[in-house]
Structure formats: structure tokens, C-alpha cells
Design a protein around this ligand. Structure first.
Ligand code: NDP
Length: 503
């Protein structure tokens, strides 16, 4: 990796436009904070609408540049694969960067950095497999076929939780298709996107194919989502911001792909191995300090095992180690932002006010070593009801609400009793019941006897307020390409110019 990002600590870094770092026009830089101490650790550029316009112009120029436009799909695939190789070569540095920037566990970031190259490899292989088709029309001596083409410049708005993994899920297919990209990472975790931009150039992509504009959502994000030069937007984040972006994009008739988080249910039937189900619930809601879009934050347990399940869940929760994200035995690091910590505290307080009971956690850790960071104990709230605010809204923190159910019908009403529809999990040994759940649940992903078992080979996405559009698998290649219909008449016949040719 180039030195710019490796030596980031204590320095400042510009916007990445047209293959190099440039100063923002305003000359303004903003500190990024280390979640373990709350102290600033580097400064990034605050991009404004002129900077965004320059980045979009660079991406549009790259789209027209024969170095990119006339590249064969096979050669594009090779570049995407090379980018994945470079991520692997720099995996440790990238994992440390991500960990420092958003407080995610180093061991989790290392695992992600080993998986991300496979994702590039997967989409690299698709670069020359995006085929059109030939249509057997009702006309003689006519060839009617569909071409698949790149969409154009894709605008990507990336959140602060697992930014590189989120970015890869759409960047890899977009590049494999031949699009160009302007990325707006979160102001809270921009370092890894900037590091990746350097690797893009090192891999051999022409300048301008990938640009990164840093800055806050209200300024830089707004400018990007109002720019008329963007063909499609990718957004991951809150429903409220998603709505705003979709409204901005509609002004230019630009479509969006929206991944807007959730309030996902985990359902436990009484025929399960309780310890295994507890392990699944813990992984589903407490991993990454609960800052995952698929967090299984509402847990419904069949009444015969409810008390035993809660007891086991609480015991397991007490064994979770909250600590510095770089330490190997840490299970939960800090939340990524001070605002996120305040939000979690507020939701737990509202839950107890509405009648939920804190069975574990419910406070910041008492360890004085962690006092300066944005840490929160993993929290189990029992006697939870769907009407409570903390059960309705996405918390994005280590908090699970638990409630019993008696019948399958009641369980379906509880599980689907949410405005969201991103993910879901069911734990049972009864395959018929599991399949009934899969069919009735309103969620884009159903996990049976597992949770957070993510795969970039299958299409994922939301229903209801969790958004629309799909990522992963071949589906994403269709989402970021467009169809063009081509008709060739090789009959040499003269047609009546005033009658449409239907046969
Ligand atoms: P937002 O949805 O506001 O932010 C997500 C991304 O959108 C960030 O890159 C942000 O930039 C950008 N953004 C914000 N406003 C605009 C705008 N007007 N135009 C364009 N881009 C914009 O989430 P927050 O970071 O404020 O977190 C709030 C809550 O959102 C969390 O508590 C969580 O519930 C949810 N969330 C869900 C995520 C998921 O994976 N489902 C991911 C992140 C958040 P910037 O950060 O620079 O402002």
C-alpha cells in the first residue's frame, strides 16, 4: 500500500479524484475520532458541491476514456481480481485501519479482509459472463437481441460499520461491468475507502474510475445525491436518510439501491439445543457491538423453554468480554460514535420506562480503562413487547429484547409486527415448521438454525422499510447494468414507411 494512508495517524488526507489525492477547494479538514479514546487521530477533507462536481466529471471522463470504455470484459475482470489480490496483500494494514477508525474488533476485521478478496475474485469471474439474449421475434430476416451495458457513474454512500466490506459488495460488480464510481464514505470511517482508492490505481485501473469524496452527509452527501451526472445510487444506512436520498435522486430520475437496516426477529422453538440457539442469538445481536444491519434484536422464545433460555442467554451475556478492539480476547469493542452510545443509552432507558426489565448489561462497563471510550455492555431486556420504542426502532447497538410466545400464529404476528424486513432467524429441528416460517416471514433473508451467515454469492436485501434492490450473486450484475435492445433487418426489403412493422 502507498504511504499516504499508512502514515495517516496525526496527518491530514485529501479527496481522491482522478487517481490522486487533492486538497478540498474550501481548504477545510475535519478530525476523525478514535472510538477507544474519543480523541482525534487524523483529519480528512471536507468536500463541497464543487469537489463533488469535479469527482463526477472525473468519473464521467473515465467512462468515455477508451482506456476504460474499450477495455475487454476479460481484461476488466483481471483488474478486479488484481484489486482483490492487493486487498489480501495489505489485509493486515487495512484491518488495523478499519479497527482504529470505527472500533470494530481487529480479529473480525482480519476475517473480513481475508473474505473481501474472494468477493473481488467472484465478481471478476462474472465480468465476461454478463450476456444479453437473442429474441425470436415474429419477423423474418430480423435479428433482435439485447445488449448489456454499464449504467454509467454510480454514486455510493457507505456507512461507518464495516465500510470496506459494504463498499466491496457493490464496487466489485460495478467495476466488473464497466461502470465508474464516486464513493462518499461516512465522515466517521473514511480511512479504508481512501486506502482502497490507492489500491485501485496500483491495480492498474485508469484514473477517474474510482473517486472518493469525503465530508459529512449534509454537505458532501447531499451534493452527490443531487448531482445530475449519477446513473444510480447505492446507499446503506438509516431509513430516514434513505428516504431523503431517494427523494433527491428522484429529481434526476436516478434509481437507487437501498439497504436500510432492520429490526430483525430471531425465533426459538422449544425443540432446540438451547446452548446452540443462545450462541446464535448472541452472534446475531451482539457481534460488532450490535452495529450490523441484520442484527437480530427481537428474540421470541416458545414458552415451555422461555425461562431456561433467558437464564442461559443472560449467563452467556455475562461471559462476553467488552474491551479494546485490538486485544485478541475482546468480544465487543466500543461503539463507533459518541452519538451512537448516547442513542443506545436512550433506548435502554426508554425500554425500562415502558416496562422491560434489564436482565443483563444496561450500562457502560465499570472498568476505568474503558472509561474514555464509547463502550456499552451487551444488554438483555426481558418482558419486551413489540409496541415498546426499543422494539420498534433500529438501535444499532448491543441490545436484545426477549419475549415469549405460545402458538405459531402468535409468533408470526410478533415476528412480522415491524416496519422493517431485512433478515430473520428461526431455530427448530422441525423442517416443516422452519419452511412455514421461511414462507410467511416478511424479510429478505431467512436463516434457519444459523444467523449472520452472510454470502456474497446470494442476493440479499430488504423488504418494507428495510429498502429495495439486491446485492450479491448474479442479481447484482443485472442491477448495475442496463439493457439495450438492438434490431437488425437483413431482408433487403422495402417497407411501407407509414405503417409500423409488426410482422
Ligand atoms: P445515516 O443513515 O444518516 O448515514 C449513513 C450514510 O449516509 C453515511 O455515509 C452518512 O454520511 C450519509 N448521509 C447522511 N445524510 C446524508 C444525506 N443527506 N445525503 C447523503 N448522504 C447522507 O446514519 P447515521 O450514521 O446517522 O446513523 C444513524 C442510524 O442509522 C444508526 O443508529 C443506525 O440505526 C442506522 N444505520 C444503519 C446502517 C445499516 O447498515 N443498516 C448503517 C449506518 C447507520 P456521514 O456519516 O458522513 O454523515
Amino acid at each position: 500500500m502507498k504511504t499516504t494512508v499508512q502514515t495517516l495517524a496525526g496527518s491530514r488526507i485529501g479527496l481522491f479524484i482522478d487517481g490522486r489525492f487533492v486538497a478540498p477547494r474550501s481548504g477545510t479538514y475535519v478530525p476523525s475520532y478514535d472510538p477507544t479514546t474519543g480523541e482525534p487521530w487524523y483529519e480528512f477533507a471536507q468536500g463541497d458541491s464543487d469537489d463533488v462536481a469535479e469527482a463526477v466529471a472525473s468519473a464521467r471522463a473515465a467512462l468515455a476514456d477508451p482506456a476504460w470504455r474499450r477495455m475487454t470484459q476479460t481484461d476488466r475482470g483481471k483488474l478486479v481480481r488484481r484489486l482483490g489480490d492487493l486487498v489480501l496483500e495489505n489485509a493486515d494494514a487495512l484491518a488495523r485501519l478499519e479497527c482504529r477508525d470505527n472500533g470494530k474488533l481487529l480479529k473480525e476485521m482480519r476475517a473480513q479482509m481475508r473474505a473481501i478478496p474472494d468477493s473481488y475474485l467472484y465478481f471478476a469471474g462474472m465480468a465476461d459472463k454478463l450476456q444479453g439474449d437473442t429474441i425470436p421475434v415474429n419477423k423474418l430476416d430480423t435479428l433482435n437481441f439485447n445488449l448489456r451495458e454499464p449504467l454509467g457513474v454510480v454514486g455510493m454512500i457507505i456507512p461507518w460499520n464495516s465500510p470496506l466490506m459494504m463498499l466491496t459488495g457493490t464496487l466489485a460488480p460495478c467495476l466488473a461491468i464497466g461502470n465508474t464510481v464516486v464513493v462518499k464514505p461516512s465522515e466517521h470511517a473514511a480511512a479504508s475507502s481512501l486506502a482502497l482508492a490507492e489500491l485501485v490505481i496500483e491495480a492498474g485501473f485508469p484514473p477517474g474510475v474510482v473517486n472518493v469524496v469525503t465530508g459529512d452527509g449534509a454537505t458532501t452527501g447531499e451534493a452527490l445525491t443531487r448531482h445530475p451526472g449519477i446513473a444510480k445510487y447505492v446507499f446503506t444506512g438509516s431509513t430516514a436518510t434513505g428516504r431523503r436520498i431517494a427523494a433527491n435522486a428522484a429529481g434526476n430520475l436516478a434509481p437507487c439501491q437501498m439497504e436500510l437496516g432492520g429490526k430483525s426477529p430471531q425465533v426459538i422453538f422449544s425443540d432446540v439445543d438451547i446452548d446452540r440457539a443462545v450462541n446464535g442469538v448472541v452472534s446475531g445481536v451482539f457481534a460488532a457491538a450490535g452495529q450490523t444491519c441484520v442484527a437480530g434484536s427481537r428474540c421470541f422464545v416458545e414458552r415451555p423453554i422461555y425461562d431456561r433460555f433467558v437464564e442461559a442467554l443472560v449467563a452467556r451475556t455475562h461471559r462476553i468480554k467488552v474491551g479494546h478492539p485490538q486485544e485478541e480476547d475482546t468480544d465487543i469493542g466500543p461503539l463507533a460514535l459518541a452519538a451512537q452510545l448516547a442513542k443506545v443509552e436512550d433506548y435502554v432507558a426508554s425500554g425500562t420506562r415502558e416496562g422491560a426489565r434489564v436482565a443483563a448489561g444496561g450500562r457502560r462497563p465499570q472498568d476505568p480503562e474503558l472509561a474514555r471510550g464509547w463502550y456499552y455492555e451487551p444488554t438483555v431486556l426481558t418482558e419486551a413487547r413489540n409496541e415498546m420504542r426499543f422494539m420498534r426502532e433500529e438501535i444499532f447497538g448491543p441490545v436484545v429484547g426477549v419475549a415469549p410466545f405460545d402458538t405459531e400464529e402468535e409468533m408470526v404476528a410478533l415476528a412480522n409486527g415491524t416496519d422493517y424486513g431485512l433478515a430473520s432467524g428461526v431455530w427448530t429441528r422441525d423442517i416443516d415448521r422452519a419452511m412455514r416460517f421461511a414462507r410467511t416471514i416478511e424479510a429478505g433473508t431467512v436463516w434457519i438454525n444459523t444467523y449472520r451467515s452472510a454470502a456474497y454469492m446470494s442476493a440479499n436485501g430488504g423488504m418494507k422499510n428495510s429498502g429495495y434492490g439486491r446485492r450479491g450473486g448474479f442479481e447484482v450484475m443485472r442491477e448495475f447494468s442496463r439493457l439495450k435492445n438492438v434490431v437488425i433487418d437483413y431482408s433487403s426489403a422495402m417497407q411501407d414507411p407509414f405503417v409500423i412493422r409488426l410482422r
